[in-house]
Design a protein around this ligand. Structure first.
Ligand SMILES: Nc1nc2c(ncn2[C@@H]2O[C@H](COP(=O)(O)OP(=O)(O)OP(=O)(O)O)[C@@H](O)[C@H]2O)c(=O)[nH]1
Ligand SMILES: [Zn+2]
Length: 222
C-alpha cells in the first residue's frame, strides 16, 4: 500500500542507509593521537603549543570534539522506534518549528548555525516530538553539508515512521562564508526536503510553508 502520497504519488527514492548514517565510524585514533594532532594545528596556526595558555588546549579540543561530533555515536533510526497509536485519528500536519541547529561544515570544520523545521503527516501513529529534535541533533552533530543533513533527517523519519509525508526545512548561516573566504555576513542558506504528500500535493506544501512562516530574519541575529 502506498502511504506516502495519495493519488498523484510518485515513488520517491530514499537512498539506502549507509553505515555512517547509523553512527558506525571507522576505528578512531587514540586520545593521545588526537591531542598530538591539535598540537600540530596550533603550530600550523603560528603559535607555541607549550606556552602556558595553550598547554591544556589539546585536551580541551579533544573533549570539545566529543560534543561537536556526538552524533556519530547515535543511531537516529533507534530514536524513532517508540511510537504512540492512540491519536483519535489525528492525521494533520505535525510541525516542530525553529529547532536550534548547531552543526559543522565538512569542508572547513567551521560552525553552521541555524534552525530546522521538521514536519510529518502521521499515518496511524505519532512519535514523541522530542525525538524529532533528537534526530536533527544526531545528524547535525557530525561533519556535514546542509543538503545532506536536510535529506538525512527527512529520509530517516520517512523510513522509520512510514508517514504520509515528511518535510524538513533548514535555514542556516555558514561561518565558513561569514568569517572567512568570501566574507558575506548575514547570508543564510535555505534547504528543504519534501517527501510523500508534501512533495506531491501543492496545497499540502503551501499549508506547511505558511505554518513555518518567514523566519529567516531571526537567524541573522544569532
Ligand atoms: N553546497 C554546500 N556548500 C557548502 C556547504 N558548506 C560550505 N560549502 C561550500 O563548500 C565550498 C568548498 O569550496 P572549495 O573551493 O573546495 O573551498 P575553498 O577554497 O575554501 O572555497 P571558499 O569558501 O570559496 O574560499 C565553498 O564554496 C563553501 O561555501 C554546504 O552545506 N553546502
Ligand atoms: Zn565550509
Amino acid at each position: 500500500m502506498n502511504r506516502s502520497g495519495g493519488e498523484s504519488a510518485v515513488n520517491i527514492v530514499t537512498p539506502a542507509t549507509s553505515r555512517s548514517d547509523r553512527g558506525i565510524t571507522p576505528e578512531p585514533p587514540t586520545r593521545e593521537q588526537a591531542e598530538e594532532a591539535v598540537r600540530t594545528l596550533l603550530r600550523w596556526a603560528g603559535d607555541d603549543p607549550d606556552r602556558e595558555g595553550l598547554r591544556d588546549t589539546p585536551s580541551r579540543v579533544a573533549r570539545s570534539f566529543k560534543e561537536f561530533f556526538v552524533g556519530y555515536a547515535v543511531d537516529p533510526f533507534a530514536l524513532l522506534e517508540r511510537t504512540f497509536e492512540e491519536t483519535d485519528g489525528y492525521d494533520e500536519i505535525v510541525l516542530l518549528r525553529d529547532i536550534r541547529l548547531e552543526s559543522t561544515c565538512e569542508h572547513h570544520m567551521a560552525p553552521i548555525i541555524g534552525r530546522a523545521h521538521v514536519a510529518y503527516l502521521p499515518y496511524r501513529r505519532v512519535v514523541g516530538i522530542s525525538k524529532l529534535a533528537r534526530v536533527v541533533d544526531a545528524y547535525a552533530k557530525r561533519l556535514q553539508i546542509q543538503e545532506k543533513l536536510t535529506a538525512q533527517i527527512a529520509n530517516t523519519i520517512h523510513e522509520v515512521l512510514e508517514p504520509r509525508g515528511v518535510a524538513v526545512v533548514i535555514e542556516a548561516a555558514h561561518q565558513c562564508m561569514t568569517t572567512r573566504g568570501v566574507h558575506k555576513p548575514g547570508v543564510t542558506m535555505v534547504t528543504s526536503r519534501m517527501l510523500g504528500a508534501f512533495r506531491d500535493n501543492a496545497a499540502t506544501r503551501r499549508e506547511l510553508l505558511a505554518m513555518i512562516g518567514n523566519r529567516g530574519a531571526t537567524i541573522q541575529s544569532e
